[in-house]
Design a protein around this ligand. Structure first.
Ligand code: PGA
Length: 253
C-alpha cells in the first residue's frame, strides 16, 4: 500500500508574524500539489490565524499543542474548538519538549488525541526514547508502550487517520540523526504494534514520520525507508528553501 508522504515543519517557538508571513510568500507558489504530498507547518498559536488565511491550496497549518477540555479555567491553554474554528488542520501532540518541560504524560496525550479527533484536527503524535533508554536496549519496549497508551480507547478508523512521529530525544536539535536503518527499525516496531492492537489494514494505513535533525542532506535516505512516511522537522524547516527541498524530496520516493 502506498501511503501519502507528510512533511511537517515544527517551528517551535521561532518566527515573528512578519517572518512567518514572509516564509509563506516564499513557498506558496512552489509547493507540490497536496494530492502528491501533505505539506504542513506547525506554528505558535498567535500565528495560526494569519497562516491559515494565507495557506493556499498546497499547505496546511498545524498547532503545537492543544488542551483536552472543551473550555474552562485553564489559563494559558488553547482549545481544540478554537483551533478548529480558525481552520487549523493538524496538531502536534506529546512532543518530547512538552513531555520534558510541560508535564505532558501518556495520559494527557491520549486525552488530547481524543479531543483533537472530536474537532476533526489531525493529531501528529510524537513518541521517542532518551539516549539512556536506547543504550539500555529498551527502545522498542518503551516506544511500543508510548504508542499503546497514546491510542488507548481509539477505534480502528480513528487510528488509521493518525500520524505518528518517531523522534528519538537524543536526535532532536543535536545534529545527531538516527541512521536511516535505526529510524526504520523503530518505525517498523510502531507499525507492528499498531497491527497487533488493531489489524493489518490499520497497520498499513497509519503514517509514521521520523523526526530529529532531519535536513536536506539526510531526508532522501530517511524517506527511502519502507516504514517512514515523512518527516517532522524542527530547525531545518525554518528556512523556506530547505523546506521546499524537503517537501520535494517526498516526490522522489
Ligand atoms: P530538529 O527538531 O529537526 O530541530 O531536530 C525536530 C523536532 O523537535 O520535531
Amino acid at each position: 500500500m502506498k501511503r501519502k508522504y507528510i512533511i511537517a515543519g515544527n517551528w517551535k517557538m521561532f518566527k515573528t508574524r512578519s517572518e512567518a508571513i514572509y516564509f509563506l510568500l516564499q513557498v506558496q507558489d512552489k509547493l507540490p500539489s497536496s494530492e502528491l504530498v501533505d505539506s504542513v507547518v506547525c506554528a505558535q498559536a498567535p500565528l495560526l490565524r494569519d497562516l491559515v488565511k494565507r495557506q493556499g491550496d498546497n499547505l496546511k497549518i498545524g498547532a503545537q499543542n492543544v488542551h483536552f477540555a472543551d473550555s474552562g479555567a485553564y489559563t494559558g491553554e488553547v482549545s481544540a474548538v478554537l483551533l478548529a474554528e480558525l481552520g487549523v488542520s493538524y496538531v502536534v501532540i506529546g512532543h518530547s519538549e512538552r513531555r520534558a518541560m510541560f508535564n505532558e504524560t501518556d495520559e494527557s496525550v491520549n486525552k488530547k488525541i481524543k479531543q483533537s479527533l472530536a474537532y476533526s484536527l489531525k493529531p501528529i503524535v510524537c513518541v521517542g526514547e532518551s539516549l539512556e533508554i536506547r543504550e539500555a536496549g529498551n527502545t522498542n519496549e518503551f516506544v511500543s508502550n508510548q504508542v499503546e497508551k497514546a491510542i488507548e480507547g481509539l477505534s480502528k478508523e480513528e487510528v488509521k487517520d493518525l500520524v505518528f512521529a518517531y523522534e528519538p530525544i537524543w536526535a532532536i536539535g543535536t545534529g545527531k540523526t538516527a541512521t536511516p536503518a535505526m529510524a526504520e527499525d523503530t518505525c517498523k516496531v510502531i507499525r507492528e504494534k499498531i497491527g497487533s492492537l488493531y489489524d493489518e489494514e490499520t497497520k498499513e494505513a497509519v503514517r509514521i514520520q521520523y523526526g530529529g535533525s532531519v535536513k536536506p542532506d539526510n531526508i532522501d535516505d530517511l524517506l527511502s525507508m519502507e516504514d517512514i512516511d515523512g518527516a517532522l522537522i524542527g530547525g531545518a524547516s525554518l528556512n523556506p528553501d530547505n523546506f521546499l527541498y524537503m517537501v520535494n524530496a517526498a516526490l522522489r520516493h
